[in-house]
Design a protein around this ligand. Sequence first.
Ligand code: SF4
Length: 339
Amino acid sequence: MWYDEHKRDLPWRGEIDPYKIWLSEVILQQTRVNQGWDYYLKIVQQFPTVKDLASAQLEEVLYLWQGLGYYSRARNLHTAAQQIMSRHGGVFPTNYDEVIQLKGIGEYTAAAICSIAYNQPYLAIDGNVFRVICRIFGILEDIQLRSTKNRVHEIGTRLMKEVEPALFTQAMMEFGAIHCVPKNPDCEACPFQRECYAYQEEQVSRLPLKINKIKIKNRYFHYFIFSHNDQIVIEKRENNDIWSHLYQFPLFETKGRSSKGMLQWLAQYGVEDKKQVKLIETCEHKLTHQNLHISFYDVELVPKQLSSNQLLVSIEELTQKPFPVPIQRFIKSQILNQL
Ligand code: SF4
Protein backbone atom coordinates (compact mmCIF):
# COMPACT_ATOMS: atom_id res chain seq x y z
CA MET A 1 0.00 0.00 0.00
CA TRP A 2 1.20 3.52 -0.82
CA TYR A 3 1.22 4.64 2.83
CA ASP A 4 3.40 1.80 4.11
CA GLU A 5 6.02 2.52 1.49
CA HIS A 6 6.04 6.29 1.55
CA LYS A 7 5.04 7.56 4.99
CA ARG A 8 7.49 9.97 6.57
CA ASP A 9 9.22 9.17 9.80
CA LEU A 10 7.73 11.91 11.98
CA PRO A 11 8.18 12.27 15.74
CA TRP A 12 4.45 11.61 16.33
CA ARG A 13 4.22 8.74 13.82
CA GLY A 14 2.83 5.59 15.45
CA GLU A 15 1.79 7.58 18.51
CA ILE A 16 -1.42 6.43 20.20
CA ASP A 17 -1.31 8.77 23.20
CA PRO A 18 -4.27 11.12 22.52
CA TYR A 19 -2.46 14.00 24.26
CA LYS A 20 0.49 13.82 21.87
CA ILE A 21 -1.73 13.32 18.82
CA TRP A 22 -3.73 16.38 19.88
CA LEU A 23 -0.56 18.39 20.31
CA SER A 24 0.79 17.41 16.89
CA GLU A 25 -2.54 18.18 15.20
CA VAL A 26 -2.78 21.60 16.83
CA ILE A 27 0.81 22.47 15.85
CA LEU A 28 0.23 21.31 12.28
CA GLN A 29 -3.01 23.26 11.83
CA GLN A 30 -1.18 26.33 10.60
CA THR A 31 2.42 25.18 10.48
CA ARG A 32 4.56 23.14 8.13
CA VAL A 33 5.93 19.84 9.40
CA ASN A 34 9.56 21.02 9.24
CA GLN A 35 8.84 24.04 11.36
CA GLY A 36 6.51 22.23 13.79
CA TRP A 37 8.84 19.29 14.38
CA ASP A 38 11.16 20.96 16.94
CA TYR A 39 8.29 22.73 18.66
CA TYR A 40 6.51 19.40 19.15
CA LEU A 41 9.63 17.82 20.67
CA LYS A 42 10.28 20.83 22.88
CA ILE A 43 6.70 20.96 24.19
CA VAL A 44 6.50 17.21 24.80
CA GLN A 45 9.80 17.34 26.64
CA GLN A 46 8.72 20.26 28.82
CA PHE A 47 5.13 19.01 29.33
CA PRO A 48 5.13 15.21 28.85
CA THR A 49 1.56 14.81 30.12
CA VAL A 50 -1.72 16.73 30.13
CA LYS A 51 -1.18 17.31 33.83
CA ASP A 52 2.18 18.99 33.23
CA LEU A 53 0.66 21.27 30.60
CA ALA A 54 -2.34 22.11 32.78
CA SER A 55 -0.21 23.08 35.75
CA ALA A 56 2.18 25.30 33.75
CA GLN A 57 1.80 29.08 33.64
CA LEU A 58 0.25 30.33 30.38
CA GLU A 59 3.33 32.48 29.89
CA GLU A 60 5.58 29.38 29.91
CA VAL A 61 3.44 27.81 27.19
CA LEU A 62 3.47 30.99 25.09
CA TYR A 63 7.21 31.26 25.52
CA LEU A 64 7.70 27.78 24.01
CA TRP A 65 5.22 28.66 21.27
CA GLN A 66 7.08 31.84 20.23
CA GLY A 67 7.57 31.96 16.47
CA LEU A 68 4.82 29.46 15.61
CA GLY A 69 2.13 32.12 15.19
CA TYR A 70 -1.63 31.77 15.73
CA TYR A 71 -1.10 32.02 19.47
CA SER A 72 -4.73 31.28 20.27
CA ARG A 73 -3.72 27.65 19.63
CA ALA A 74 -1.34 27.75 22.61
CA ARG A 75 -3.86 29.50 24.85
CA ASN A 76 -6.55 26.97 23.92
CA LEU A 77 -4.21 24.01 24.51
CA HIS A 78 -3.51 25.32 27.97
CA THR A 79 -7.20 25.89 28.78
CA ALA A 80 -8.22 22.49 27.36
CA ALA A 81 -5.52 20.74 29.43
CA GLN A 82 -7.05 22.34 32.52
CA GLN A 83 -10.52 21.24 31.41
CA ILE A 84 -9.23 17.65 31.08
CA MET A 85 -7.96 17.87 34.66
CA SER A 86 -11.18 19.31 36.08
CA ARG A 87 -13.76 17.45 33.97
CA HIS A 88 -12.06 14.12 33.31
CA GLY A 89 -9.68 13.67 36.25
CA GLY A 90 -6.63 14.20 34.03
CA VAL A 91 -7.52 11.37 31.64
CA PHE A 92 -7.98 12.37 28.00
CA PRO A 93 -11.64 11.63 27.09
CA THR A 94 -12.28 8.75 24.68
CA ASN A 95 -15.71 9.90 23.60
CA TYR A 96 -15.91 12.19 20.52
CA ASP A 97 -18.71 14.29 22.06
CA GLU A 98 -16.53 14.97 25.11
CA VAL A 99 -13.38 15.59 23.07
CA ILE A 100 -15.11 18.21 20.94
CA GLN A 101 -16.26 20.07 24.06
CA LEU A 102 -12.65 20.90 24.93
CA LYS A 103 -11.49 24.44 24.22
CA GLY A 104 -10.12 24.94 20.72
CA ILE A 105 -10.98 21.44 19.52
CA GLY A 106 -13.21 21.51 16.46
CA GLU A 107 -14.69 18.76 14.32
CA TYR A 108 -11.45 18.10 12.46
CA THR A 109 -9.17 17.81 15.51
CA ALA A 110 -11.70 15.72 17.48
CA ALA A 111 -12.04 13.34 14.53
CA ALA A 112 -8.25 13.13 14.08
CA ILE A 113 -7.71 12.31 17.77
CA CYS A 114 -10.55 9.76 17.95
CA SER A 115 -9.63 8.00 14.74
CA ILE A 116 -5.84 7.90 15.26
CA ALA A 117 -5.72 7.29 19.03
CA TYR A 118 -8.83 5.12 19.45
CA ASN A 119 -9.39 3.80 15.91
CA GLN A 120 -12.95 5.17 15.98
CA PRO A 121 -14.66 5.84 12.62
CA TYR A 122 -14.57 9.64 12.65
CA LEU A 123 -13.53 11.31 9.44
CA ALA A 124 -10.85 14.01 9.72
CA ILE A 125 -10.78 16.20 6.65
CA ASP A 126 -7.92 18.67 6.58
CA GLY A 127 -6.97 20.74 3.51
CA ASN A 128 -4.84 17.90 2.16
CA VAL A 129 -7.57 15.28 2.38
CA PHE A 130 -10.05 17.75 0.91
CA ARG A 131 -7.82 18.35 -2.11
CA VAL A 132 -7.30 14.63 -2.74
CA ILE A 133 -11.04 13.88 -2.66
CA CYS A 134 -11.92 16.90 -4.83
CA ARG A 135 -9.39 15.86 -7.46
CA ILE A 136 -10.03 12.13 -7.57
CA PHE A 137 -13.82 12.45 -7.46
CA GLY A 138 -14.03 15.55 -9.66
CA ILE A 139 -15.79 17.94 -7.31
CA LEU A 140 -16.30 21.04 -9.40
CA GLU A 141 -18.03 23.31 -6.89
CA ASP A 142 -16.49 26.09 -4.81
CA ILE A 143 -14.77 24.56 -1.78
CA GLN A 144 -16.13 27.28 0.47
CA LEU A 145 -19.74 26.13 0.02
CA ARG A 146 -21.28 24.05 2.77
CA SER A 147 -22.77 21.72 0.11
CA THR A 148 -19.27 21.00 -1.26
CA LYS A 149 -17.99 20.22 2.22
CA ASN A 150 -20.94 17.87 2.79
CA ARG A 151 -20.23 16.08 -0.48
CA VAL A 152 -16.55 15.60 0.36
CA HIS A 153 -17.59 14.34 3.77
CA GLU A 154 -20.02 11.79 2.29
CA ILE A 155 -17.34 10.45 -0.04
CA GLY A 156 -14.77 10.28 2.77
CA THR A 157 -17.20 8.45 5.07
CA ARG A 158 -17.90 5.89 2.34
CA LEU A 159 -14.17 5.32 1.77
CA MET A 160 -13.43 5.03 5.46
CA LYS A 161 -15.75 2.03 5.81
CA GLU A 162 -13.32 -0.03 3.79
CA VAL A 163 -10.19 0.61 5.88
CA GLU A 164 -9.26 0.85 9.57
CA PRO A 165 -10.01 4.43 10.71
CA ALA A 166 -6.55 5.10 12.20
CA LEU A 167 -4.84 3.92 9.04
CA PHE A 168 -7.28 5.69 6.71
CA THR A 169 -6.89 9.05 8.45
CA GLN A 170 -3.12 8.97 8.48
CA ALA A 171 -2.77 7.59 4.96
CA MET A 172 -5.10 10.21 3.44
CA MET A 173 -3.38 13.06 5.27
CA GLU A 174 0.04 11.83 4.25
CA PHE A 175 -0.92 11.27 0.61
CA GLY A 176 -2.25 14.82 0.35
CA ALA A 177 0.73 16.26 2.22
CA ILE A 178 3.50 14.67 0.17
CA HIS A 179 2.08 13.31 -3.07
CA CYS A 180 -1.12 15.00 -4.23
CA VAL A 181 0.35 18.40 -3.32
CA PRO A 182 -1.27 21.70 -4.37
CA LYS A 183 1.16 22.51 -7.19
CA ASN A 184 2.58 20.08 -9.74
CA PRO A 185 1.76 16.76 -8.04
CA ASP A 186 3.59 13.77 -9.45
CA CYS A 187 0.58 12.32 -11.28
CA GLU A 188 2.77 10.10 -13.42
CA ALA A 189 3.81 8.12 -10.35
CA CYS A 190 0.37 8.18 -8.70
CA PRO A 191 -1.44 4.94 -7.85
CA PHE A 192 -4.82 6.66 -8.45
CA GLN A 193 -3.98 8.04 -11.87
CA ARG A 194 -6.52 5.87 -13.71
CA GLU A 195 -9.45 6.74 -11.43
CA CYS A 196 -8.50 10.37 -10.87
CA TYR A 197 -10.95 12.77 -12.52
CA ALA A 198 -8.57 15.72 -12.30
CA TYR A 199 -5.79 13.84 -14.05
CA GLN A 200 -7.98 12.27 -16.70
CA GLU A 201 -9.69 15.59 -17.48
CA GLU A 202 -6.54 17.73 -17.18
CA GLN A 203 -8.00 19.68 -14.28
CA VAL A 204 -5.25 19.08 -11.72
CA SER A 205 -4.11 22.69 -11.44
CA ARG A 206 -7.74 23.91 -11.27
CA LEU A 207 -8.97 21.64 -8.47
CA PRO A 208 -10.00 22.12 -5.76
CA LEU A 209 -11.98 25.16 -6.90
CA LYS A 210 -11.78 28.30 -4.81
CA ILE A 211 -13.83 31.14 -6.19
CA ASN A 212 -13.71 33.98 -3.70
CA LYS A 213 -10.44 35.51 -2.66
CA ILE A 214 -10.07 36.53 0.97
CA LYS A 215 -9.73 40.27 1.48
CA ILE A 216 -6.43 41.30 3.05
CA LYS A 217 -6.46 44.15 5.56
CA ASN A 218 -3.53 46.57 5.88
CA ARG A 219 -2.61 47.72 9.40
CA TYR A 220 0.01 50.24 10.49
CA PHE A 221 1.76 49.58 13.81
CA HIS A 222 4.12 52.14 15.37
CA TYR A 223 6.15 50.69 18.24
CA PHE A 224 7.99 52.97 20.66
CA ILE A 225 11.04 51.75 22.52
CA PHE A 226 11.04 53.80 25.71
CA SER A 227 14.39 53.00 27.22
CA HIS A 228 16.92 54.37 29.61
CA ASN A 229 20.10 52.62 30.72
CA ASP A 230 19.14 48.96 31.04
CA GLN A 231 15.39 49.54 31.36
CA ILE A 232 12.74 49.15 28.64
CA VAL A 233 8.98 49.51 28.71
CA ILE A 234 6.93 46.61 27.36
CA GLU A 235 3.22 45.88 27.50
CA LYS A 236 1.02 42.84 27.32
CA ARG A 237 -1.56 42.61 24.52
CA GLU A 238 -4.80 41.86 26.27
CA ASN A 239 -7.55 42.38 23.74
CA ASN A 240 -9.21 40.01 21.31
CA ASP A 241 -6.86 40.95 18.54
CA ILE A 242 -3.92 39.05 17.02
CA TRP A 243 -1.08 38.12 19.42
CA SER A 244 -3.27 38.28 22.50
CA HIS A 245 -1.27 37.72 25.75
CA LEU A 246 2.06 38.23 24.00
CA TYR A 247 4.24 41.22 24.77
CA GLN A 248 5.09 44.22 22.62
CA PHE A 249 6.48 47.74 22.96
CA PRO A 250 3.92 50.53 23.55
CA LEU A 251 1.90 50.64 20.35
CA PHE A 252 0.23 53.44 18.41
CA GLU A 253 -1.84 52.11 15.51
CA THR A 254 -2.89 54.28 12.57
CA LYS A 255 -5.42 53.64 9.82
CA GLY A 256 -3.02 54.52 6.99
CA ARG A 257 0.61 55.45 6.40
CA SER A 258 0.13 58.90 7.91
CA SER A 259 1.30 59.23 11.51
CA LYS A 260 -1.36 61.82 12.31
CA GLY A 261 -2.14 62.01 16.03
CA MET A 262 1.12 60.35 17.04
CA LEU A 263 2.64 63.34 18.86
CA GLN A 264 -0.56 63.85 20.79
CA TRP A 265 -0.51 60.16 21.80
CA LEU A 266 3.17 60.39 22.78
CA ALA A 267 2.47 63.37 25.06
CA GLN A 268 0.93 61.01 27.65
CA TYR A 269 4.42 59.46 28.01
CA GLY A 270 6.10 62.85 28.51
CA VAL A 271 7.34 63.33 24.93
CA GLU A 272 7.14 67.03 24.08
CA ASP A 273 9.03 67.32 20.83
CA LYS A 274 9.27 65.00 17.83
CA LYS A 275 13.08 65.38 17.99
CA GLN A 276 12.96 63.06 21.02
CA VAL A 277 11.75 60.27 18.73
CA LYS A 278 13.93 58.52 16.15
CA LEU A 279 12.72 56.03 13.54
CA ILE A 280 14.99 52.96 13.71
CA GLU A 281 13.51 50.38 11.41
CA THR A 282 10.47 49.53 9.32
CA CYS A 283 9.33 46.10 8.16
CA GLU A 284 6.33 44.30 6.75
CA HIS A 285 4.85 41.21 8.31
CA LYS A 286 2.21 39.17 6.52
CA LEU A 287 -0.44 37.17 8.33
CA THR A 288 -3.20 35.18 6.63
CA HIS A 289 -5.69 38.05 6.45
CA GLN A 290 -3.56 41.01 7.42
CA ASN A 291 -0.49 42.83 6.15
CA LEU A 292 1.24 44.60 9.02
CA HIS A 293 3.36 47.65 8.25
CA ILE A 294 5.54 48.02 11.30
CA SER A 295 7.77 50.91 12.38
CA PHE A 296 10.02 50.92 15.43
CA TYR A 297 11.05 54.21 17.07
CA ASP A 298 13.60 54.91 19.73
CA VAL A 299 12.61 57.27 22.57
CA GLU A 300 15.29 57.93 25.13
CA LEU A 301 13.17 58.35 28.17
CA VAL A 302 11.20 56.21 30.53
CA PRO A 303 7.65 57.44 31.17
CA LYS A 304 6.91 58.44 34.75
CA GLN A 305 3.63 56.57 34.75
CA LEU A 306 2.83 53.24 33.18
CA SER A 307 -0.59 51.78 32.55
CA SER A 308 -1.75 48.55 34.19
CA ASN A 309 -0.68 46.28 31.29
CA GLN A 310 2.79 47.88 31.01
CA LEU A 311 5.97 47.03 32.87
CA LEU A 312 9.55 48.13 33.02
CA VAL A 313 12.03 45.32 32.40
CA SER A 314 15.76 44.84 32.12
CA ILE A 315 17.30 43.52 28.89
CA GLU A 316 17.78 40.18 30.65
CA GLU A 317 14.08 40.03 31.54
CA LEU A 318 13.14 41.08 28.01
CA THR A 319 14.61 37.85 26.64
CA GLN A 320 12.41 35.76 28.96
CA LYS A 321 9.11 37.13 27.66
CA PRO A 322 7.07 35.84 24.70
CA PHE A 323 6.92 38.27 21.75
CA PRO A 324 5.44 37.98 18.25
CA VAL A 325 7.96 37.18 15.51
CA PRO A 326 8.61 40.68 14.07
CA ILE A 327 9.27 42.07 17.54
CA GLN A 328 11.48 39.12 18.45
CA ARG A 329 13.52 39.84 15.30
CA PHE A 330 13.81 43.49 16.17
CA ILE A 331 14.95 42.69 19.73
CA LYS A 332 17.59 40.35 18.41
CA SER A 333 18.98 42.64 15.71
CA GLN A 334 18.56 46.06 17.27
CA ILE A 335 18.80 45.48 21.01
CA LEU A 336 20.73 42.29 21.79
CA ASN A 337 23.20 42.66 18.90
CA GLN A 338 23.95 46.25 19.88
CA LEU A 339 25.03 45.37 23.41
S1 SF4 B 1 -3.35 11.62 -10.31
FE1 SF4 B 1 -2.46 13.53 -9.66
S2 SF4 B 1 -4.19 14.78 -9.02
FE2 SF4 B 1 -4.91 12.70 -9.13
S3 SF4 B 1 -4.68 11.91 -7.07
FE3 SF4 B 1 -2.85 11.37 -8.18
S4 SF4 B 1 -1.41 13.05 -7.74
FE4 SF4 B 1 -3.45 13.76 -7.18
